[in-house]
Design a protein around this ligand. Structure first.
Ligand SMILES: *[C@@H]1O[C@H](CO)[C@@H](O)[C@H](O)[C@H]1NC(C)=O
Ligand SMILES: *[C@@H]1O[C@H](CO)[C@@H](O)[C@H](O)[C@H]1NC(C)=O
Ligand SMILES: *[C@@H]1O[C@H](CO)[C@@H](O)[C@H](O)[C@H]1NC(C)=O
Length: 454
């Protein structure tokens, strides 16, 4: 059973970054749902901050060169940014620049989460910058292939540099104000690269990149999921992992039986399409893997439909009818809960549908940009023939070098998320470490200013 589970969970992450599967699309939808949930609560917060707060945060647009590497190409596009000036002391107060990644950025990006939470302590100005080709920062011409060649991390870093210079002028930022980049996951890598490539412009970076729980080694995603399901600290157990295996075995058994059993399976799991083809069967299993992987990946995040504890509760027959429930029944309930949270009528797993969505060059104005991100993973990161954590391992390697001012912390960008009373001690400690590290850096910045003036 365990071997079987590992076999199925093994390609999970690989596929999740790949984009072309039901696994990826469900995981993405989960991430998007959680982001929207956290941002909508951020707007609520913005309105309750007292006089003047209703005007917060401000949105602005920067004119950026579409091709910063070709002086004869003068085409430009508008890049969106958000500003929270509420805490800013002006003078030589620091600037916290929160970099966007493969999705849209909303007002929550400067109102809540770690950069905003840290801002009062140093009187920082908080600015977030949406990544080119995502959200509303999409050049004229949309997502056609001819346009997408202007989408890469190199272009994004060039945008950071010109934004840094333009925003300094716009907000009359003193030349002695230190700029600190923040980012999570891919944007965490961008933050780290920005500091390494442009140390004269970016004083330090806080990159939050570890995709799963801090205590676990994310190089083996299947191990992580499997171990998390067994981790009693988050509500898992040996029994829970066995129940997940049993539920998947039951789904596979019904798929193999075909006929009425398969039709019942389709109905019971609220699957959108038919299960006749082997391809669709594999996609259905992929969507179910994403459901389990998603519970682990987003465990403890506000807005996540299922925590590991809840998932395990369902699969182990919680909900009052313990004696009659099977892991398969629990999985069915888990599917209903996730579909309900995401506002979906049925569990989508059609490859044709996914491909059609990816072909669409119509920009999505909010959430994750699937087509753009697939393009980036194809052209830049090539996740599936190599170590899927390529980008993250670069970040890690840099973290151990002394010159890179970079902290590696937390769970799936959890330290970037708003603080909550239920936050674990390790998460609090991680945030404290970032706070102390920033304290040290900003003191250093102050000292070098004084020396500079002498
Ligand atoms: C640079 O831009 C010009 C004007 O758009 C274009 O004709 C030329 O092909 C571009 N060069 C490269 C190397 O992309
Ligand atoms: C910009 O800041 C400097 C001090 O850093 C100040 O002397 C100047 O008046 C400011 N300019 C504007 C337009 O606010
Ligand atoms: C418990 O499960 C049995 C068999 O599935 C069912 O007949 C019964 O109504 C259930 N009881 C409750 C309280 O849901």
């Amino acid at each position: 059973m365990t071997v079987w589970l590992a076999r199925w969970l093994g390609p999970l992450l690989l596929v999740s970054l790949w984009g072309l599967s039901a696994t990826a699309s469900l995981l993405r939808r989960l991430g998007e749902h959680i982001q929207q949930f956290q941002e909508s609560s951020a707007q609520g917060l913005g309105l309750s901050l007292g006089p003047g707060a209703a005007a917060l945060p401000k949105v602005g647009w920067l004119e950026q060169l579409l091709d910063p590497f070709n002086v004869s190409n003068r085409r430009s596009f508008l890049q969106r940014y958000w500003v929270n000036e509420q805490h800013w002391v002006g003078e030589d107060g620091p600037i916290f620049l929160h970099l966007g990644g493969e999705g849209s950025l909303g007002p929550g990006s400067v109102m809540r989460g770690h950069p905003a939470a840290l801002a009062p302590a140093w009187g920082a100005l908080v600015i977030s910058l949406e990544h080119r080709f995502y959200g509303l920062s999409i050049p004229a011409g949309g997502l056609e292939m001819a346009q997408l060649r202007f989408l890469s991390s190199r272009h994004a870093l060039a945008d950071v540099v010109s934004a840094r210079l333009a925003l300094s002028r716009l907000f009359n930022v003193s030349s002695s104000s230190p700029w600190i980049c923040f980012g999570g996951s891919y944007a965490g890598s961008l933050a780290a690269w920005a500091r390494l490539k442009f140390p004269h412009l970016i004083f330090a970076s806080v990159a939050s990149s570890a995709p799963v729980r801090a205590v676990l080694d994310f190089s083996e995603y299947n191990d992580v999921v499997s171990r998390s399901l067994m981790s009693t600290a988050i509500g898992g157990s040996l029994e829970c992992r066995a129940a997940v295996s049993a539920a998947f075995a039951e789904v596979e058994r019904r798929l193999r039986l075909g006929g009425a059993a398969q039709a019942a399976l389709r109905r019971e799991l609220s699957a959108c399409g038919t299960l006749g083809s082997a391809e669709n069967q594999a996609e259905l299993l992929g969507a179910l893997q994403a459901l389990v992987g998603g519970a682990v990946q987003y465990d403890g995040q506000a807005g996540a439909p299922l925590s590991v504890r809840q998932l395990c509760g369902l699969l182990l027959g919680g909900g009052g009818n313990r004696s009659h429930s099977t892991p398969y029944c629990g999985l069915r309930r888990a599917v209903q809960i996730v579909l309900h949270s995401l506002g979906q009528k049925c569990l989508s797993f059609s490859r044709a549908e996914t491909v059609a969505q990816l072909r669409s060059t119509e920009p999505q104005l909010s959430g994750v940009g699937d087509r753009q991100w697939l393009y980036q993973t194809c052209t830049e990161f090539g996740f599936w023939d190599i170590d899927p954590w390529h980008v993250l391992s670069v970040t890690q390697a840099l973290g151990s070098s002394e010159s890179a001012l970079l902290i590696r912390t937390g769970s799936h960008c959890l330290d970037m998320a708003p603080e909550r009373p239920s936050d674990s001690p390790s998460l609090r400690l991680g945030r404290q470490n970032i706070f102390q590290q920033l304290q040290t850096w900003l003191k250093l910045a102050k000292e070098s200013q004084v020396k500079g003036e002498v």
